[in-house]
Write a protein that binds this ligand. Structure first.
Ligand SMILES: Cc1cc2nc3c(=O)[nH]c(=O)nc-3n(C[C@H](O)[C@H](O)[C@H](O)COP(=O)(O)O)c2cc1C
Length: 257
């Protein structure tokens, strides 16, 4: 459709990456259903690369040697003082493997996006876009507002996506972690964000899915994770994300992109 043509649409759309068949992750942090078998992820890998082979230690070593460490922009969807989501983001950052250099990129100061300002962007937009441009990957950690994306986070996504053909998100590997004091774990927000990331041409980690429930009870009074199971799950998210970032960047570098 012509009105949907952006830099996202003009990108490479040739070959694909075959996704390894994985078993469901344990309740309560992961999805309740097994992921589909043989899913193919298109658009960002001109050369076919097997996820299973890229995850072998030799392939990992090669990719690490070639690319070193990766800078990850962490977006926290809540602006609230005392936010549980920010505590989770900090816990994830603390559990990140050494390959990932994670930094929270703030967006509370971004004026609401309007195309009227594309010609003379507010300084805060420029600062935010520059910080995302410096990143190799994006980790979004967010609560759910009214079964969807909190407005501040959506505004940040929109600010980064413009002007047309200058999106700072283009091609960045990403992961989405949602959280809620309720039992549902922010599933609605998580998947609404994924919808935007598809359009922005950001390959998003599929597994493990991370819908964190009952987060009000997750931390002690010194903001430490109370349960070893929660800690193990968050560590698993970060190690899987490291693999994902390496895979995407490795595929791109092999393709010379
Ligand atoms: C405007 C608004 C809408 C909300 N909608 C939802 C919702 O749809 N689902 C949900 O699980 N929690 C919802 N909540 C509750 C939030 O999950 C809760 O306030 C949470 O603590 C926010 O995350 P934070 O602690 O990181 O700020 C909503 C809260 C607000 C302020």
């Amino acid at each position: 459709m012509p009105d949907l043509e952006t830099d996202c649409d003009r990108r490479v759309a040739s070959d694909s990456v075959t996704k390894r068949n994985r078993s469901p992750r344990p309740f309560p942090f992961a999805g309740l259903y097994a992921p589909p078998v043989g899913v193919r992820l298109a658009r960002f890998a001109p050369t076919p690369v097997s996820v299973a082979s890229a995850k072998s230690s030799r392939a990992k070593d090669e990719l690490t040697q070639r690319t070193g460490r990766f800078t990850v922009a962490v977006l926290v969807g809540s602006l609230r003082t005392g936010s549980y989501t920010r505590k989770i983001a900090r816990a994830l950052i603390g559990l990140a493997p050494v390959n990932l250099n994670c930094n929270i990129v703030e967006f509370a100061d971004l004026p609401l996006y309007t195309e009227d300002s594309d010609g003379f962007p507010p300084e805060a937009w420029t600062r935010f876009r520059s910080e995302i441009r410096d990143a190799d990957a994006v980790l979004i950690v967010t609560p759910e507002y009214n079964r969807s994306v909190p407005g501040g986070l959506k505004n940040a996504i929109d600010v980064g996506s413009r002007p047309p053909f200058e999106s700072v998100w283009n091609g960045l590997p990403a992961a989405v972690v949602s959280a809620s004091p309720s039992k549902v774990g922010g599933f609605g927000a998580n998947h609404h964000i994924r919808q935007s990331l598809v359009f922005l041409n950001m390959p998003v980690m599929q597994q493990p899915e991370a819908y964190l429930p009952e987060v009000a009870a997750m931390f002690d009074d010194q903001d430490r994770l109370k349960s070893p199971e929660a800690r193990d799950f968050l560590a698993k998210v970060m190690s899987s994300f490291t693999d994902w970032v390496m895979l995407v960047h490795g595929a791109r570098s092999r393709a010379g992109a």
